[in-house]
Design a protein around this ligand. Structure first.
Ligand code: UDP
Ligand code: MG
Length: 311
């Protein structure tokens, strides 16, 4: 029988985890044609998430857990889970049941038929989300898809079922700044998109503030596109051209009409404008530099404190 690993990054999910476990085991029972393992990655939770995972492991040997030494973020959690997964197929799921386990049988069928390497999910609505957040999310997807060659789908969740080949491809990407939505698209493989209506989390609350999401989106762009670097050069070129045209215009005007140019306000505006553009340019270079700096340090993406093997 094939083995299906379910990777679940958990951060402060002690309310959701038991519910999730109940739902996923029900689905696992229904899918008796495949073996399961559940890998709960405790991302440095401050609540009882770890002890719940330990308890589940005690009663059900299919449950494995990995606990981090501190909070490293969902990206690190997913990486740790994918590294630990032994399955022929690997699924990534949130602990809050926003990724309905009931979709798993359909996803399994999709990739087991051999036609697809991955079954991924995408939510068609953003119900229950502040409209301003949806607006910025849409903008982000538009921008990043223009800028990068990784295909990043609007509304795509991290919830997906992949073949071992694809998991290995993802693990072969050794970058420190991991942006999974980009990595999934970048590695390619044939993906089937399964759509569903957004579900709200069962318990607890989202760990993403608007500011965190904003930073995450900038990181995504920096990780998967170098277009902003070109843009500052292009902008510089355009401004030079404009300056040249303006210089010609004023020179001719002075020659023909001979009127002295009163220039103080326009001068201030131009100086401020150029100063701003220069700072933006330096900032863009700085963002890439800082990411490069972090990459060269080769720090581990996460540090494991304990796993079920320690028992
Ligand atoms: N998560 C994590 N580490 C973090 C933040 C979140 O492992 O630092 C997990 C969280 O427990 C959940 C999943 O990532 O299983 C998605 O988080 P959340 O539901 O807060 O995000 P949203 O669904 O609102 O995008
Ligand atoms: Mg959620």
């Amino acid at each position: 029988m094939k083995l299906l690993s379910v990777v679940v990054p958990c951060y402060n999910e002690h309310e959701s985890l038991p519910v999730f476990y109940k739902e996923i085991t029900a689905v696992a029972k229904q899918m008796n044609y495949v073996d399961f393992e559940f890998i709960f990655v405790d991302d440095g939770s401050r609540d009882n998430t770890l002890s719940i995972a330990k308890e589940l492991h005690k009663n059900d040997k299919r449950v494995r857990y990995i606990s981090f030494s501190r909070n490293f973020g969902k990206e690190a959690g997913m990486l740790a889970g994918l590294q630990a997964a032994k399955g022929d197929y690997v699924a990534i799921m949130d602990a809050d049941l926003q990724d309905p386990p009931s979709l798993l049988p359909e996803m399994y069928k999709t990739i087991n038929s051999g036609e697809y390497d991955c079954a991924a999910t995408r939510r068609t609505t953003r119900k229950g989300e502040p409209p301003i957040r949806s607006f910025f999310a849409r903008m982000f997807y538009k921008i990043i898809n223009k800028m990068s060659d990784a295909d990043i789908v609007d509304g795509a969740r991290d919830f997906r079922l992949m073949r071992r080949k694809m998991v290995d491809a993802i693990l072969s990407m050794g970058e420190y700044n991991r942006f999974s939505k980009g990595i999934f698209g970048w590695v390619g493989f044939k993906t089937k998109w399964i759509e569903y209506v957004n579900v709200e989390r069962v318990a607890g609350e989202t760990k993403w503030s608007f500011w965190k999401l904003f930073k995450y989106s900038i990181e995504g762009i920096v990780a998967f596109s170098t277009t902003p670097l070109y843009m500052s050069s292009i902008m510089g070129f355009i401004i030079c051209l404009a300056a040249f045209i303006m210089a010609c215009f004023y020179a001719i005007k002075a020659l023909v009409f001979g009127d002295p140019t009163a220039g103080f306000p326009s001068l201030v505006c131009i100086i401020l404008f150029l100063g701003g553009i220069q700072l933006i340019g330096i900032g863009v270079v700085g963002m890439y530099l800082s990411k490069t700096y972090l990459e060269t340090k080769k720090r581990p993406v996460f540090i494991v404190k304990e796993t079920e093997d320690d028992e």
